[in-house]
Structure formats: C-alpha cells, structure tokens
Design a protein around this ligand. Structure first.
Ligand SMILES: Cc1ncc(COP(=O)(O)O)c(C=O)c1O
Length: 435
C-alpha cells in the first residue's frame, strides 16, 4: 500500500530569496493614497515621517521581485521557515469527502502566526536606518507578539497598543509580549490624546483596531526615535508575506498537486495575500479559485463599499481606496480580534472588485465549531481567525462529497489558538451568539 504523504517539508535553505510583488500583475493601476487633509494624491516620501524608508520604497514599488536581505532570511529560518504544508487526512476521513485538503502551517512560528514574516522584515529595515523604537497596534495580540519578538531579536524597543476587548480576553498575550521585553497597554489608553478623548466619551469602550492605530500613530509622531509598523493592509506588508505562497507552490509541486481552491481568512488581508499572491502572479493557477473568509460580524468584502477611506478612526492615515465598512465602524466583540477591522488591503479590494477572488462570511459559532472539528481530527487548535478558513474549507469539502467530485483544497492555517481558549470555552458553555 502506498503511504499518503501528510507532511510536506522544505529544507531551511529553500526559504525564498525574494518577495513577490502583486502590483505589476494587477490589471489596472492602483489608485494612489490621498492626503487626509487635502484629498490630493500623496507622494510616497510623505510616509517616511512614520514608516521606515525601505518600507515606503516598497509600498510604491512596481518591481516584480524584491530581494530579501540575508539577515532577514536568517531570522526567518531561525524562527521556523520554511513552514510545513500538511495534508488534513483525518479531517478528510471524518468528513468522508473525496476532496484532498492541505493546510499551510503558519502556526509553527514561535509567536503563533504568520505575522513574524513582516514584523522581522520591517524591524530590520527600521534598525538599519538607526531607529530605536517601534510603536504599533494589535488586535488579537498575534501581531504585537511578533513585533515584540522581532524588536528583541534586533535590539529595539517595542510599544504595543492592544485593542482592549482582546487585552481582556487574552491576558497571556500581554504577558508574552512583556516576556519579549515589549511594553503593552490596552487601547483606548490614557497614553495618547486620542485615547483619552475616546475614554471620556465612553470609559467602557471595547476598542477597535482603527482606534489602536490612531494611538500608535500619535505616539510615533511625538517621538523622533520611533517609527510606526503596521501588521496588514499596506502593499509592503502583504509583500513580505509572499514567502508563504512561494513555499506552498514548491510543496504542492512535490506532491504533484494543483489546487482547485485556495482559501485564507481576511482581516486586513496579509495572510490571504501571502498565500495567494505568488499563485495569482503565475500562469499555472488560472483555473484555481481564491476565496477570502471573513466574519459576518465584520463583513468588509461581502457588505462593505469600494471607496476611499481612512485606515484609522481618528483620520490620521492617508485615505486608501479599499472595501470598507467605514472608519468609525465598531464591530461586535467577536473572538477573532484580528478580523475586527473596517477595511481591507487596496490590492485585495481591487482583485475582489475585478472578480479575481471571491469572499464568504460566517457567524462566530459556525466558525469556532469548525475550529473544534479541526482540533479533534488534526490535533491543532486554530486561532479563531484561521478557523474562518477552516469553515470555508470544510463547507467546500462537503460540497465535493455531495457532488461526488474530487478536488484539491489548500487553506492557510494563519495561527494557533493557544491563547484563545476563552473563545472555545465560551462556545462549549453555549455562551456565544452566531454573530
Ligand atoms: C492568526 C491570525 N490570522 C489572521 C489575522 C488577520 O490578519 P490578516 O488579514 O492581515 O492576515 C490575524 C490578525 O491579527 C491573526 O492574528
């Protein structure tokens, strides 16, 4: 009997040497960011006040491939790259599906998600230009953990504004960031003028990513030794995640598979882009469907508007052309904190508008039940964010069963849920609504 290959592994030296830039592969030119005060197109250099210079350069780049600095590659290898591609053989058996399901394991990073890929890269570029401190926001805490570890790896200070609802739900995320030497406060906080204003209006505000971004930006603008770092949405952030998809292509080649469907959860869009952009930039995947999974509590693609909007709540960021639910939208307190964001990356928004990718939205109970099914069959408790991709993959595999047709499904396991057990506990106690 031939044994099914369930773990498809690459050697550390096979870690990609370049990032793949989707921008030159788009059918249309991206709409430029607009100055928040004048609504005039903004020159990229204007962003250098807040971002590392190299990140700003990459933000506007139209190069197809951008070399990964060797020091960054070494760091990525040190922190688990390349990650395994795994076949969900027990999930397939449980579902009795003819579909073959593969998942890309970003949960094996020491901080628990894909976020380290760009945190390390951005921190490196900042350190190279003499920056001493990074300020950022975090939703679920995965991004803040990745920034805190990257800063400790490169000898920088980290300041993290963590959305208050997640800060309370995931106490140990704060402890992890502090263990790496980072400083973490719940947002809205009393540290910034904007945080104090929100707290005066509503002392019990649960926080949003939009508010936390405003706080981190205000912090950055008041300190000349600090740069801001963002965990999603912008072109350069999505670019850094393309190591995921490049590895996945190699690994699928090793088992001679071409995916019918590639699925990823979408908050700002970075893990979905990381997995799918190298395939969207290639002619080998023209028959593949790309599906973005989002919460019905924050249905940015499925119910948002394609328009110019701010990336934060205070209106400090440039306006971006993107799908948005409105910069002041406060999503319900779902446990997938990393998906509680009103907007979606401009490149993903354009691909969605042009019908190159699809989107599906799911309620929290359905998503977390899919997470439990995955834990029972594959042994990995997924981040609630990643469970959106699992729910989509399970539905698709059941559809294949109903239609008696084989298909190959690849989904991104963007992170583990070891710090999210309150969510699963609340589900099992029947305390959640299917928002
Ligand atoms: C595990 C995990 N997956 C997905 C996301 C969503 O972000 P993005 O859409 O940028 O991948 C987050 C954000 O915090 C996350 O922590």
């Amino acid at each position: 009997m031939t044994q099914v290959k369930t773990r498809i592994l690459l050697d550390p030296e096979e870690t990609p040497k370049h990032f793949i830039n989707i921008v030159p592969y788009l059918r249309r030119k991206l709409d430029p960011p607009l100055n928040p005060l004048t609504d005039e197109p903004m020159p990229p250099e204007a962003l250098e006040a807040i971002f590392a210079r190299e990140c700003v350069k990459q933000e506007a780049s139209t190069e197809k491939r951008i070399r990964i600095p060797e020091e960054v590659r070494e760091g990525l290898m040190h922190f688990s790259r390349p990650t395994p591609l795994q076949r969900a053989i027990r999930l397939e058996k449980y579902l009795k599906t003819p579909a073959r399901i593969y998942f890309k394991r970003e949960d094996v990073s020491p901080t628990g998600s894909h976020k380290l890929n760009t945190a390390l890269t951005q921190a490196y570029y900042a350190q190279q230009q003499g920056v001493e401190r990074l300020a950022t926001e975090t939703g679920a805490g995965q991004w803040g953990s990745a920034v805190a570890l990257s800063c400790s790896y490169l000898g920088l200070e980290a300041m993290v504004y963590m959305v208050r609802i997640s800060y309370d739900q995931k106490k140990y995320r704060g402890a992890l960031m502090r263990s790496y030497g980072g400083e973490v406060v719940p947002s809205p906080s009393t540290r910034t003028e904007f945080g104090r204003k929100i707290l005066t209006e509503n002392p019990d505000h649960p926080g949003t990513l939009g508010i936390a971004i405003s706080e981190a930006l205000e912090d950055t603008m008041k300190s000349d030794r600090t740069k801001y770092t963002l965990g999603s949405v912008l072109n350069h952030v999505l670019l850094h995640q393309t190591v995921i998809g490049q590895e996945t292509i190699e690994q699928l080649n090793m088992v001679e598979e071409t995916p019918d469907e590639v699925i990823g959860c979408v908050g700002g869009g970075s893990n979905f882009a990381g997995l799918s952009y190298p395939m969207l930039a290639s002619d080998d995947f023209t028959n593949t469907k790309f599906i973005a999974a989002e919460p019905s509590a924050c249905p940015t693609l499925t119910e948002g508007r394609y328009c110019y909007d701010f990336g934060d709540t205070a209106g400090m960021t440039p306006k971006l052309k993107m799908y948005s639910l409105g910069a002041s939208f406060t999503p319900p307190k779902i446990h997938a904190g990393g998906l509680r964001y009103h907007g979606v990356a401009p490149t993903i928004s354009m691909l969605y508008e042009d019908k190159k990718i699809e989107a599906k939205a799911y309620g929290q109970i359905d998503v977390l039940n899919a997470g439990i099914t995955f834990a029972k069959t594959e042994g990995i408790i997924p981040a609630p964010e990643s469970a959106h991709a699992i729910k989509t993959a399970i539905d698709s595999a059941l559809d294949a069963k109903e239609n008696g047709r084989e298909k190959v499904i690849v989904f991104g396991l963007s992170g583990h849920g070891h710090f999210d057990m309150l969510a699963y506990e609340a589900l099992m106690q029947g305390e959640l609504e299917n928002t």
